[in-house]
Write a protein that binds this ligand. Sequence first.
Ligand SMILES: Cc1cc2nc3c(=O)[nH]c(=O)nc-3n(C[C@H](O)[C@H](O)[C@H](O)COP(=O)(O)O)c2cc1C
Ligand code: SF4
Ligand code: SF4
Length: 365
Amino acid sequence: MKLRILAVGRARAGPEAALIAEYQKRLHWPLAIEEVEEKRPLSVAELKAREGALLQAAIDRGAPKGGGRPVLVALDERGKILGSRDFAARLKAWEEQGAPEILFLLGGADGLSLINTIKSIIGVDLNHLTPLPRVGVKGTNGGYCGPAVKPIALHMVAALARNPGVKIPISGIGGISNWRDAAEFIALGSTSVQVCTAVMHHGFRIVEDMIEGLSNFLDEQGMKSVNELRGRAVNAFTEWGELDLNYKVIAKINADTCIGCQKCYTACLDGAHQCIHTAAGPCRAWHGEPDHGQNARLEASPAVLHQPDVFGAKPGVRVPVVDEAECIGCNLCALVCPVDGCITMEEVSAGAPAQTWNDRMKAAE
Ligand SMILES: Cc1cc2nc3c(=O)[nH]c(=O)nc-3n(C[C@H](O)[C@H](O)[C@H](O)COP(=O)(O)O)c2cc1C
Ligand code: SF4
Ligand code: SF4
């Protein structure tokens, strides 16, 4: 007796492929695995029909010559699950009945789920010098999940949603903790979303809050169902070379809510364009000719003691001031500001028509 597995799709190198190879060695019967694949971007219905035809053709191609009827097993997640002992007994019975071949059919995927977790080492136990989590004298990697993986998951979901070859539904997973997260995954092409870490933190009730929040959002947007939201942000993705370089935002500090911590001043000074000025003490921001950050800023010192009204900074007042002509809108100050909404990025006209990096490169050719 021979065993044959006919599967839609391609098994990639990985733990599953290693397991298959291991079982293949241990099996008492010869095992052949044949994979069939349809690469054309067909509709779901066409794809399923085509996969069926490919499987049928593979069955016919490999039909055993000679006597006995092969046994055909179509695997389906709704089918009966056999334990390994029962499965072995079933194979043995088929062999005793004289079946020349047992043929297992594996259909194509009904959907794609991503991204699960990302392999990671969460730290090192510096007393034992082992990776964490430590188990005795050893440690190993774990799977990173929760809010930290959300941007990675969104990027991957969006990449699949943009791929015209992907016709089956996508289920978004990774760091979904509230209705906004769910809405973002849906807007980038997810048909459903899954939640694990947030439920572990807050319990299943969080899902009710998510449904309520999402439902209110859809009402506000005048959308009748999530289907109207699905994929709506997919086409707004483009490569960086296609972004408008003349789109301009600048940082605005709300003096009424600012607590004068100077974090934005330091961040812009050391990490951005030295265009936030302080009058709380010596100011090392850029005081040269406005050049929109084109020249090296080594001359940021000596420090300047601001006179009243230089960029509007008032001596002794700890609210910093943005030199709007020099701000390049990098957003760093808004990210470091500890007061919610105190620094906002506001759109201003650049006074020039839209132009992308790719446009500039073409013009320079
Ligand atoms: C403690 C724990 C156990 C998990 N076990 C499995 C598992 O057995 N199989 C699986 O496919 N994913 C497992 N996952 C991954 C989750 O299903 C989910 O894909 C991942 O945690 C990302 O979603 P999240 O950010 O909402 O947690 C596990 C996650 C956690 C935190
Ligand atoms: S947006 Fe960037 S360049 Fe502009 S003020 Fe903030 S940190 Fe400086
Ligand atoms: S970081 Fe925010 S709160 Fe602190 S000084 Fe800057 S604007 Fe004010």
